[in-house]
Every structure is written in C-alpha cells, then in structure tokens.
Design a binder for this molecule. Structure first.
Ligand code: HEC
Ligand code: HEC
Length: 267
C-alpha cells in the first residue's frame, strides 16, 4: 500500500488508540511532511476550532486553558513549539501520556495547529500578581492542601498531583479551582456517592464503573469496589470533593497562593 493510500485510509476514521503498525506508516509519512503550516487563513482557524471542540476540548478545556491535558494558550510548548512539532504531536499523540493521536487529513490537522496558535497569548508565561514564595508558605500552612494533593512526591492522593500544575493550567483556572471547585471539576475526579444495603454512605472519587460494579477511591484513600446489586443508590453530584476555600484565601493571600501554584512546573 502506498503512503498516500495509507493516509487516505486512516484519514477516513478518527480514533484514539491505534496499532503500532499504523503508527509506523505514519511516522514514515511524517518524514517528508511540510515544515511550515500551509493553512493559516481565518477560515482555517475557524475550521480548526470545530475540530478542537470535537476532539480536544474534553482534555484541554473548551478555551484551551487546560483540563486533564495542559494549558495550550501559552504559545510555548514543552514538546516543541514549531509548526512541524505541533503537527506531529497532534497527529501521533504523545507517547505514554493521556494523549493519543488523531487521524484526520493533513489539512485539518494544520487547521487545528492554526487554531491552537490563535489561542496563544504570545508571551509564554502569563504575568500574575502575587508572591510565589509567600504562596508556598500558605500552601503548607493553611487549607490542608497536602491532605489531598501530592506535590513533589509527598501528600495525599484524593485530588490531582499538583507538581506540574503551572504547566497544565492557566492562572484563572487555578484561581477558580480554589474558590469555586465545583465549577471546574477535573475529568478524572468525579465525585460519587453510593448507599449500601445496610444504609451506609460512601463518598469518593469515581475510578471505574461498568454494568455490574463500581469502584471508587474513598475519602480515606481506600479503593472500594461494590457490586451494584449490593447498593441501593448511586449518586454523582456535580460537586467537588475539594471544599471551596475562598473564605480561607482572599485578596493578597489568594494572589500569592495562585502565583505559587502557577510556578510549579515539570523539571
Ligand atoms: C484524552 C485527553 C487528550 C485529548 C483528547 C487531547 N489531548 Fe493534547 N494532551 C493531553 C495530555 C495529557 C498532554 C500532555 C502530555 C505529556 O507531555 O505528558 C497533551 C499534550 C498536548 C500538546 C503538547 C503540549 C506541550 O506543551 O508540548 C498539544 C499541542 C496538544 N496536546 C494538543 C491537542 C490537540 C490539538 C488535541 C485535539 C486534536 C488534543 N491535544 C487532544 C491530553 C489530551
Ligand atoms: C478534601 C480534599 C482536598 C483538599 C483539602 C484540597 N483539595 Fe484541591 N482538589 C481536591 C480534588 C478531589 C480535586 C479534583 C476535583 C476538582 O477539580 O475539584 C481538587 C482539585 C484542585 C485543583 C485543580 C487541579 C487541576 O488539575 O486542575 C487545584 C488547583 C487544587 N485542588 C488546589 C488545592 C489547594 C491549593 C488546596 C489547599 C488550599 C486544596 N486544593 C485542598 C481535593 C482537595
């Protein structure tokens, strides 16, 4: 099969996990791909926005400021900021991360690249008010953050690891997560509450669910598994297990805490 035929075939479907064989064909095809984005008009950006909403926003947020995947509005990308690098990362995904590839015609991928560029604030880092050093002290002393969050290898596991938060999230999102956690619940951390036959209630983070059983990580960090037949109710409230902490952190304290969390980057 020629490379062209192969990419036409692959372009006809969009799927996330793909066999290694298909990947090889693609990476070979990548070798002679264009280096500079040929599709950068306003119409291209609009077309890219559509693909983004459908295939990317689930992880990167509707406005690209981050979700389970990193904030894409910085304009600087850890895995490469050139057009060619963006193209490659979007086409093949990033190995051993949550991000699979997307099979679309080259043109749509370039359009997504244009859209991602259009999100960029240009300056890389966003200026944030606040003193990260003081914020670090607040993090350690107030609000029990480390009961639920890991940071550089220590702390609880009920909430997401915050070690690289500043790379994954824009400052506004970080601020909202603290003040109004229910507004921006992280996809992997849905709250679930089950009631057992004996009347007990167990609350935690949903891990897995199928027709017959449900697994959750309870508030004491135990992985609990239930057969659905032994439960009288399963509720998934649109609430975060993280309490709203806006009353503990306001004004300068909140600015400092956000500045600290935004400064957390992968090495
Ligand atoms: C299932 C979740 C998921 C989906 C869907 C997803 N991504 Fe990602 N994306 C991630 C994760 C997680 C990373 C970080 C990978 C790593 O380095 O660990 C990432 C990384 C990236 C990067 C590299 C960021 C950098 O700093 O180098 C780009 C660019 C990107 N994604 C764009 C997209 C686009 C465009 C789409 C849609 C076509 C998309 N992603 C769909 C989860 C996702
Ligand atoms: C009782 C447990 C608990 C405590 C205490 C707690 N959190 Fe959380 N946090 C969570 C959970 C669970 C989530 C994921 C659900 C969500 O997004 O709200 C979360 C999410 C977050 C997020 C969003 C992370 C992301 O990847 O987007 C940030 C930021 C955050 N917490 C910061 C803090 C800070 C700062 C403190 C202390 C001032 C704190 N948390 C205290 C449980 C907690």
């Amino acid at each position: 099969m020629s490379l062209l035929a192969a990419s036409a075939l692959l372009a006809s479907v969009t799927f996330w996990s793909h066999p290694a064989a298909a990947q090889n064909v693609l990476s070979k095809a990548l070798q002679d791909r264009v280096q500079e984005n040929p599709h950068t008009t306003e119409a291209d950006v609009a077309a890219g926005a559509k693909v983004f909403r459908r295939s990317c926003s689930l992880c990167h947020g509707a406005d690209g400021t981050g979700g389970d995947g990193p904030d894409l509005t910085r304009g600087v990308f850890r895995h490469g900021s050139s057009d060619a690098a963006l193209f490659r990362n979007i086409l093949t995904g990033i190995p051993n991360s949550g991000m699979g590839g997307i099979y679309q015609p080259d043109k749509s991928i370039w359009q997504v690249v244009s859209y991602v560029r259009s999100l960029s604030r240009g300056g890389g880092e966003e200026e944030v008010p606040g003193d990260p050093r003081r914020g670090g002290m607040l993090y350690r002393s107030r609000g029990s953050c480390s009961d639920c969050h890991r940071l550089n290898g220590s702390g609880g596991r009920l909430g997401p690891d915050l070690s690289d938060l500043g790379w994954r999230r824009a400052p506004d999102h970080i601020r909202a997560s603290i003040v109004e956690p229910a507004e921006s619940i992280d996809g992997g951390y849905r709250t679930v509450e089950v009631r057992t036959e004996s009347g007990g209630i167990v609350r935690g983070v949903l891990r897995n669910e199928d027709r017959f059983s449900i697994q959750l990580f309870d508030e004491f960090e135990n992985l609990r598994s239930f057969q659905k037949t032994e439960l009288t109710a399963i509720d998934k409230p649109e609430e975060s297990l993280m309490p709203p902490l806006g009353s503990f952190f306001r004004g300068r304290d909140l600015d400092d805490l956000v500045a600290y969390l935004y400064s957390l980057r992968p090495e």
